[in-house]
Design a protein around this ligand. Structure first.
Ligand code: PLP
Length: 371
């Protein structure tokens, strides 16, 4: 028993005297350090290391950071990969995040030394500049929140007309019709799965119609004998048309001819558009609401709006994305095949032991964009 090697495993407090671990306690906190020590002691008990290797093993087991979210390389060929955090932020957005991480003047006028009402204003102004057809904009946590807020503020207890071809499941079992029904708005489905005509909407129209909702089927395509009604025609029916675009494309992109964009939708008569900040816009997760100012005003002032309010980090990253250079998503989508080939050849050359060869492949946008 006396020479049982396990008895020589150093005690936790003995190991913690090491200056590297003491320093780690101040940067990582005691729990992470003690976990690393316990893991090393456990390895010694299991005979995987010797007792005198415990200290070094504990130091080696210290985590580099305290978030379990690890940076990964997205080599999937899916540009906006939902499982990999959708849009990777631009350097400008990352820098803005870091600057806003501490105390920041999000609601403070530094010149006057008083509280200011400018919260979110710079980010909204940046969005408005890119959307001259919107007389006002608002930003919430994500596009689902944007839809819920719009339906709550404008259609609660009344009817929302929606085509049966646009009853979309956005992912993870969440469905736009369920989301809308949860707000207390009544969904009135019109048309059929593959074909909906203007007359279908016109027939369903009544004094109780609060909105006509057009949802971009962003994650699937229906082909063959199909018909849907363009925004222009819907707008002529009278009630406000809300167009859920999904992707966050602000202006037409010739590479994505089937993807609707906010500018065109607004110019075509949509009263409001909603979109994600972290799909084709390439920014942080956010929900954009843009369109007619009297409607945006009602949406922004609704009590529920407070529950969907974005934090300073989102505002910082969104403003920088909107004002900055093309973010990684846009750069990736517009990368020339020749440039991608050169890059792939360099990677293949750097991996001689992996038998890596460069072959053509098709990428996809992903993340519920341009199916
Ligand atoms: C992605 C998407 C949503 C949901 O957006 P989130 O920002 O993920 O909440 C809603 N509608 C459409 C059409 C979408 O493509």
């Amino acid at each position: 028993m006396a020479d049982d090697p396990r008895r020589r495993i150093p005690r936790t407090d003995t190991v913690l005297v090491d200056p590297r671990l003491r320093r780690a306690v101040t940067t990582l906190g005691p729990h992470a350090v003690i976990d690393a020590v316990h893991a090393a002691q456990q390895a010694a008990r299991a005979g995987q290391i010797t007792a005198d290797q415990v200290l070094e093993a504990a130091v080696a087991a210290l985590p580099g950071r305290l978030s379990s979210l690890r940076p990964v390389i997205n080599a999937t060929g899916v540009v906006v990969h939902t499982n990999l955090g959708r849009a990777p932020l631009s350097l400008a957005a990352r820098d803005a995040l870091l600057a806003a991480a501490g105390s920041t003047d999000v609601e403070f006028d530094l010149a006057a030394g008083t509280r200011s009402t400018r919260r979110g204003q710079p980010a909204m102004a940046a969005l408005r500049r890119l959307l001259p057809d919107a007389s006002d904009v608002h930003v919430v946590n994500n596009n689902a929140a944007a839809l819920v807020l719009v339906a709550t503020a404008l259609a609660r207890g009344r009817e929302v007309l929606i085509s049966r071809g646009e009853l979309v499941e956005i992912g993870d079992g969440f469905r736009i019709p369920d989301l809308l029904a949860a707000t207390g708005a009544r969904l009135r489905e019109v048309g059929s799965t593959n074909r909906t005509h203007l007359g279908d909407y016109a027939e369903a129209l009544g004094p109780d119609t609060a909105l006509i909702l057009k949802v971009h089927p962003s994650n699937f395509t229906v082909s063959g004998f199909t018909a849907s009604v363009p925004v222009e025609a819907l707008a002529a029916l009278g009630p406000p048309v809300v167009y859920d675009l999904g992707s966050g494309l602000l202006a037409p992109d010739p590479l994505l001819p089937d993807e609707p964009d906010a500018s065109t939708a607004l110019r075509s008569g949509a009263s409001l558009v909603t979109a994600s900040g972290d799909k084709l816009l390439g920014g942080p997760q956010a929900g954009l609401i843009a369109g007619r100012s009297e409607l945006v005003h009602v949406v922004r002032r609704h009590p529920v709006a407070r529950a969907f309010r974005v934090d300073k980090l989102t505002l910082a990253a969104l403003e920088a994305t909107l004002r900055g250079p093309a973010p990684p998503v846009v750069q990736a989508l517009h990368a020339e095949p020749a440039e991608l080939r050169t890059r792939a050849e360099q990677i293949a050359a750097a991996l001689p032991e992996a038998d890596a060869r460069v072959v053509p492949s098709e990428g996809v946008v992903g993340g519920g964009g341009a199916p």
